[in-house]
Write a new protein. Structure first.
Ligand SMILES: [Zn+2]
Length: 407
């Protein structure tokens, strides 16, 4: 497959003009400059567009995709959690299937080539497999009582069996958060997974989480009592969320820490030492009106920060490009280059832990997208973040999975 575009964002961060990308099988075999007008036979010409590594959505909940706009405000975190739980409980198996499928289709249209999906029921497995996305479906688990662990393990093993032969899809684990998953569940889940699987967990999302871990009190205690969760088996570790994860042996390769909205200097040092990637969900973060996210401090400290959309119960789309556009208007400390790095290269590094994807260069995996660039002045990366820019094509493992011209 040969694709030409006015621009291509290269591995070294520079932009190549009049670029031709050639892929064979699942790999990129050449990236080069050609004449401005020359396209040649068998070349797909995207015109005023920029070829980019595929976007990595490092955190979402596809099962909840049909709930867009159903929860208005995230100001009251506990009420939001209860509202989402109620809405999900009211969804039939068919609702969940349709919702997951809609989420997968939206992801393809958004240029996503790799996705990490927290699945409570596993209904997204089939649509993810059918779509040909590179995906980690992580089984979301809620349990404070030790008796629940063996039941959850059985469900996880069944999902792994069902995923066999799925090519680009891996099943992993997701203890929901330190206030809904016991220490034993975290330790066990970490042991269930192998080197190519992911453990993803929400962490330090709300100040109430730290309060609950330090003292066992506060808003989350009230919420868990309301849910009749086994609080008598739970003991406050008296540690910050990050230190708690460290004490449980969770901070290892293959772990993704989602949100990390509230961190102190000590937490950031630990994340750096342990080379722990953090997933920042910008519009979900804004939905809950959290104070400024420490993304700038994390990046300056050398921590890999990926981007996630979170679910449509706290966001309006499943597009990483939309997350980047949102940040471009809000955070002066993040230049367009930072945003593209987080949305592509760093996402791939966080999720896949290797250098196979996340960069458009010879020998890398052909996980690629292209975004329209309005003609005119300004740097191409900046113009790709204009309000009206859109995804033109999504290619995963050398296969076109979305093509705007075919719509
Ligand atoms: Zn989430």
């Amino acid at each position: 497959m040969k694709i030409r575009a006015k621009y291509l964002w290269r591995a070294d961060g520079s932009v190549l003009e009049n670029a031709l990308l050639e892929t064979r099988g699942k790999k990129i075999v050449s990236v080069r400059r050609i004449g401005a007008k020359r396209t040649g036979r068998g070349v797909r010409d995207l015109g005023d567009a920029i070829i980019l590594p595929g976007f990595v959505n490092a955190h979402t909940h596809l099962e909840l995709s049909s709930l867009r706009g159903r929860v208005r405000s995230g100001r009251d975190f506990a009420r939001w959690l209860e509202k989402v739980r109620g809405l999900r409980a009211g969804m039939t198996a068919r609702d969940l299937r349709l919702s997951s499928r809609a989420g997968v289709e939206e992801s393809l249209r958004s240029g996503t080539t790799t996705i990490v999906d927290h699945g409570y029921t596993g209904t997204s497995l089939r649509p993810l497999r059918a779509a040909g996305l590179r995906a980690h479906l992580v089984f979301e688990m809620i349990a404070l009582h030790p008796d629940r662990i063996s039941i959850l393990e059985k469900t996880y093993r069944r999902m792994v069996r069902e995923s066999r032969g799925s090519g680009l899809l891996r099943v992993g684990v997701a203890p929901h958060a330190p206030y809904t998953a016991s220490a034993e569940l975290y330790r066990s889940a970490r042991k269930w997974i192998g080197p190519e699987q992911v453990l993803s967990t929400h962490l330090s999302e709300h100040p109430a989480e730290r309060e609950f871990l330090i003292s066992g009190e506060g808003l989350l205690r009230w919420l868990l009592l309301r849910r009749n969760m086994a609080l008598h088996t739970w003991e406050a570790p008296r540690l910050s969320p990050v230190r708690y994860m460290k004490s449980l042996g969770v901070l290892r390769r293959g772990t993704l820490l989602v949100h990390c909205n509230y961190l102190n200097g000590g937490d950031i040092r630990i994340l750096k030492e342990r080379r722990m990637p953090v997933v920042y969900c910008p519009r979900s973060h804004a939905f809950f009106q959290h104070p400024r996210h420490p993304v700038g401090r994390l990046r300056r400290a050398g921590v890999c920060v990926a981007l996630g959309t979170d679910s449509l119960t706290s966001n309006r789309s499943l597009s990483i490009l939309d997350e980047m556009k949102f940040l471009a208007g809000k955070r002066r400390d993040l230049a367009p280059l930072d945003l593209f790095e987080m949305g592509t290269r760093d996402g791939a590094r966080a999720v896949m832990g290797n250098q196979q994807a996340g960069v458009v260069a010879r020998g890398r995996l052909s996980d690629v997208t292209a975004v329209s660039v309005s003609p005119g002045r300004g740097r191409p990366l900046e113009r790709a973040l204009d309000d009206d820019s859109r995804v033109l094509v999504t290619i995963v493992n050398g296969k076109v999975v979305f093509d705007a011209s075919a719509e």
